[in-house]
Design a protein around this ligand. Structure first.
Ligand code: F6R
Length: 241
């Protein structure tokens, strides 16, 4: 695990965008795994700038998002699909047909999960997967559990996660209670992983992820088993290390 501690969120966003941009320059037809939430927003702003300035092109990039709320369609302004359009896709030259996000409206969830796994395989696997981390140590929506859920699956969200994500909704009752998420094996199958963490509220999870033992009770600890993980965190997220 390569650990980079930077001063603040702005420095984190610039560094993360530079790593993703390098990957795109090295492999313009590559496959990038993307995340939602507050953490990658600054990174996406930087990538949009680089794209506008002609430094990188997404025109041959394929993307796969980690997760989507179950029950929300792409047009719902609380869906992760909508979030990605607003915060990245609408502002860059990626082709719509190359964007993949689990379908939160799928009537047959099991079939949707299998379809998603197959699409990742058909695309040749993920070259670089971007991750945030939950305060409870989740990656994607792999919540603390008794065992690791390997593949894309339907998850019951933890009450902690629902509380943390309520900031994006008018009330906590509106936060979906389930999501479709890549599994831990799906994430670990990526050739390279880039995890970002910002703020003191992530410090405990970061400490356990790096210094603790590998356990499904802290899903991000599974990243200790991967051979090419870069972690970028700001000083606040690194404060317990
Ligand atoms: C998002 C995702 C989640 C978030 C995590 C942190 O697609 O899978 O694991 O990365 O909940 O969220 P923020 O960045 O909002 O603190």
């Amino acid at each position: 695990m390569q650990i980079e501690i930077v001063k603040d969120y702005e420095a984190l966003s610039k560094k993360a965008a530079n790593i993703i941009a390098s990957q795109i320059v090295l492999k313009p037809q590559g496959v990038i795994g993307l995340a939602t939430g507050s953490t990658p927003v600054g990174t996406y702003k930087e990538l949009i700038r680089m794209n506008k300035e002609g430094l990188i092109s997404f025109s041959n990039i394929t993307s796969f998002n980690l997760d989507e709320y179950y029950g929300l369609g792409a047009d719902d302004d609380q869906s992760y699909h909508y979030f990605m359009n607003e915060n990245l896709f609408n502002a860059i030259d990626i082709k719509k047909e190359n964007i993949h996000i689990p379908n939160g409206k799928a009537s047959d969830v099991g079939a949707e999960c299998t379809r998603y796994e197959n699409r990742i395989k058909e695309a040749g696997g993920i070259d670089l997967q971007l991750l945030g981390i939950g305060q409870n140590g989740h990656i994607g929506f792999n919540e603390p559990n008794e065992n690791f859920e390997p593949l894309t699956h339907l998850v019951n969200l933890d009450s902690d996660t629902i509380k943390a994500n309520a900031r994006f909704f008018d009330s906590i009752e509106e936060v979906p209670t389930q999501a479709i998420s890549m599994g831990v094996k799906t994430i670990l199958s990526s050739r390279k992983i880039l995890l970002l963490a910002s703020g003191e509220n992530k410090a405990e999870a970061m400490y356990k992820m790096i210094k603790g033992k590998v356990t499904p009770k802290l899903p991000a600890s599974a990243l200790q088993l991967h051979h090419d993980v870069v972690v970028i965190m700001d000083e606040a997220a690194a404060s317990l290390l």
